[in-house]
Structures are given as structure tokens and as C-alpha cells.
Design a protein around this ligand. Structure first.
Ligand SMILES: Cc1ncc(COP(=O)(O)O)c(C=O)c1O
Length: 414
């Protein structure tokens, strides 16, 4: 069993941070989302598929900054394109730079539902404006939602500080349950503006789910039948499942889609894309503006990232790596005989421990992820991972071996 990692600097920086920031660090990156005391809290630097914490421990990273890192950390070609823009032209102005049009032409070329686009900064910006556009277009109020859509008032999971009237028109439904959605749509037909769904199911802290055969087609059919705007929240699946996102991969085209994360390999940019007639409400009826939306640094990064994804067949390579890794981990997990699940292959690998009445699953989960982090494999107990292009064969094989060893170590607890 490997020793506990030396994490002294992480812990002392966290103590300092708690005096400076409520909770020390923001939301999902807090220690309770990992195994407290076993995981680092601050990273220092990263390159390719590896990250190094402030104590000098080096890990193979499978969180990929929660999704943006699609190629790898510190991609010189992308950073260089951004530096050049900053040095030669600048990136923050009172008017828009023409690079906006070049980027949107590219989005129109690659994303099936994209006839027009609005560039914003975060995933939450994009999902919120998507719902506003759908409401303005249909003149209706209710939204049916499935998945994590960010931290804004209408959809955040933790309701502190939010008056119920801001989310009382939101109806949640379960992924892959078409009958449930059908009854929601029927019951609310007169006032339902939109269905917003992540085309790959990744509910908070639960197994990742691929769509059952016919499920996304069924969602599309319901939206058409009842005149509801269909929004795919592709913040995780965009520029990951394929260059045109999950909509291209699964062959089902929504009316609107939100994209972000992998679009610029870490630079802050997202977008609402979609059909011209619906998007057109942004021209006059709906207000969308923010100081930093037009900044061109992230637009340049997005264009360069998409260029590399296409030129080097990056997403095909990720699919191959993810399939290889998925098959190997699936076997190790099945051979272990433990109550443990593997889901999310090929793009979003996730090892979960199904709930049991005795609470044993918590012990198994904590000990498994402790074993894994001590082997310098950075995966999170409550969030799926991601495969990026820079994960080498050596990384993947070492990780499979570490997962097997970690499962072996926890057998005595079961
Ligand atoms: C599917 C999905 N939608 C929306 C968001 C919100 O994005 P952001 O955290 O950039 O606001 C996320 C973030 O993880 C996401 O995964």
C-alpha cells in the first residue's frame, strides 16, 4: 500500500485561504468533494496530461479542469496564437473585433443546429440565455430540464438565497425515461417553452448514461409534436463526442444548443447556437450583453483549438483511447467481484459504488479513491473524469493497473 502523500503546503495554503475566501476555495473544488486529507487542494502547474501540486506531487490528471482540457494542458500552439493576438492587436475593446464572425462561421460549419450564434463566457451564461431565448420565442414560461446546467437561479441544485418564484416554473425530469417526459410535456403543453437536456446523461454524482436507442429521437419528436423548443446542453459533450458535439454523434439535431468547455482548451468562452428563426429574438426582444463577452483572446483560442481538433483528428484519437481504457477498466471492475460500477466510456469515465443500506459503499468509495490518489491518479469520487488527447498509452495502462491494485486493496473491507 503506497504511503499517504505529502500535502503540507496544500493544507497550509488552504488554512490561509479560509481566512480570505468563504469556504477557502470555490464549490466543487473543496476538499469534501474528494477524500479530505488525502487529496491536494492547490495545483501549481500542468503540462500535457500531468498536473503538479504545490507540494511537488505529479499526477496523471483525468479531471481535465472539469472538461475544458480536450487536447492537453499548456498547448503551445494555442497559447502562442493568443499571445500574438494580445501583442499585435489587443483583445479587450469598446467595439467588437471581426474575429467574432470568423469563429461563428466555423461554428456554423461544424455544429449541425448552428445557423447563428451568440458568444458568451461560461456554461451558465449559455444555458440561461438559452432558456430566455426559448421563452421569448414561444411566449411561454415553463422549462423542462434534465442535467446540471450551472449555478444560475433557475437551475442551481442548492437553493440557498433564491426565491422559489425564480424556479417554480422549472420541471425536472429523469434521463432516459421518455414516458415521464411525455407526461410532463402533455400536462404542461399550453405553457411549456423548452426542454433542456444534456444529450449524454451525467446527473450530479451519478453514473454517466448513454441515450437508450430511440431516446433522443423520442425527445425530438415530443418537442416537435407540442411546439416546444428543444435545447441540448452540450457544455460537456460539445467538441468532445465529435466536432459537432453529441448532436452530430447521435444524429439528433436540437433547435438550440449550448457549447463551451472543450471549445477553447481552457480559455473562457461558451456560446448559444441554433436555428435562425429562434435565435433572431436576440436581435431585438432579448437583451444579452456583458463587458467581457466580446474579448477576442478566447475567440482566438477557440478557433485555434477547433483547427487543431480537425487537423490532427484529435476527437477520433480520444474516442479510440477512451474505448481502449473503457474496455480495460470494465474488465478489471467486473473481475474484482466488488459492488462497483464503471460508466461513461468512452469520453467520461466514472467509477461509482452503488448505495447500500449499511453504508458500506461509502467506506469502499473513500478507500478506493484514497488508494488511487496515493498512486498519483487524479480522479474524483463524485464526478466523472475525462479522456484528453495527451493521455498516453503509458498513462492509460498505468491507470488501469492502479485501479486494479486499488480494488484489490479494498476487498478486505467488503
Ligand atoms: C452540462 C453543463 N451545463 C452547464 C454548466 C455550467 O457551466 P459553468 O460552470 O461554466 O457556468 C456545466 C458545468 O459543469 C455543465 O456541465
Amino acid at each position: 500500500m503506497p504511503n499517504k502523500l505529502t500535502l503540507d503546503k496544500s493544507f497550509s495554503l488552504f488554512e490561509e485561504a479560509q481566512r480570505l475566501v468563504p469556504g477557502g476555495v470555490a464549490g466543487i473544488r473543496r476538499p469534501y468533494n474528494f477524500v479530505p486529507g488525502e487529496y491536494p487542494i492547490f495545483f501549481d502547474r500542468a503540462k500535457g496530461s500531468h498536473v503538479i501540486d504545490v507540494d511537488g506531487n505529479e499526477y496523471i490528471d483525468y479531471l481535465c479542469a472539469y472538461g475544458p482540457i480536450i487536447i492537453g494542458y499548456g498547448e503551445d500552439e494555442i497559447d502562442e496564437a493568443v499571445y500574438q493576438q494580445i501583442r499585435q492587436k489587443g483583445f479587450c475593446f469598446s467595439l467588437t473585433q471581426p474575429i467574432q464572425n470568423v469563429l461563428i462561421e466555423k461554428l456554423i460549419e461544424v455544429v449541425p443546429c448552428c445557423e447563428m450564434a451568440a458568444i458568451v463566457k461560461t456554461g451558465s451564461d449559455a444555458t440561461t440565455i438559452a432558456t430566455r431565448v426559448a421563452r421569448a420565442f414561444t411566449g411561454k414560461t415553463k422549462i423542462a430540464r434534465c442535467g446540471y446546467h450551472g449555478w444560475h437561479d433557475w437551475c442551481v441544485e442548492v437553493k440557498g438565497g433564491i426565491p422559489p418564484k425564480l424556479y417554480e416554473d422549472i420541471i425536472e425530469f429523469h434521463y432516459n425515461d421518455l414516458d415521464q417526459l411525455e407526461s410532463i410535456v402533455k400536462q404542461n403543453a399550453t405553457d411549456l417553452a423548452a426542454i433542456i437536456i444534456t444529450p449524454v446523461g451525467h446527473p450530479l454524482a451519478h453514473e454517466v448514461e448513454m441515450p437508450k436507442p430511440g431516446y433522443l429521437e423520442g425527445v425530438r419528436r415530443l418537442a416537435d409534436e407540442y411546439g416546444v423548443v428543444l435545447i441540448f446542453d452540450e457544455i460537456r459533450s460539445g467538441f468532445r463526442c465529435s466536432i459537432g458535439g453529441a448532436q452530430k454523434y447521435f444524429g439528433v439535431t436540437p433547435d438550440l444548443a449550448t457549447i463551451g468547455k472543450a471549445m477553447a482548451n481552457g480559455y473562457s468562452i461558451s456560446a448559444l447556437v441554433g436555428k435562425k428563426d429562434i435565435m433572431s429574438v436576440l436581435a431585438d426582444k432579448v437583451f444579452l450583453s456583458s463587458t467581457f463577452f466580446p474579448n477576442s483572446d478566447a475567440q482566438i483560442a477557440a478557433l485555434k483549438t477547433i483547427e487543431i481538433l480537425q487537423r490532427d483528428n484529435i476527437l477520433e484519437a480520444i474516442l479510440e483511447k477512451g474505448n481502449y481504457f473503457g474496455r480495460a477498466v470494465e474488465k478489471v471492475v467486473a473481475d474484482s467481484g466488488l459492488p462497483v460500477n464503471f460508466s461513461g466510456a468512452p469520453w467520461m469515465p466514472f467509477i461509482t459504488f452503488p448505495k447500500d443500506e449499511t453504508g458500506l459503499y461509502k467506506k469502499l468509495r473513500n478507500e478506493f479513491y484514497t488508494q488511487l490518489i496515493r498512486r498519483k491518479v487524479f480522479l474524483q469520487p463524485y464526478h466523472h473524469g475525462y479522456i484528453c488527447y495527451r493521455h498516453s498509452q503509458e498513462d492509460l495502462d498505468y491507470t488501469v493497473k492502479s485501479i486494479k491494485e486499488s480494488l484489490d486493496e479494498i476487498k478486505s473491507l467488503a
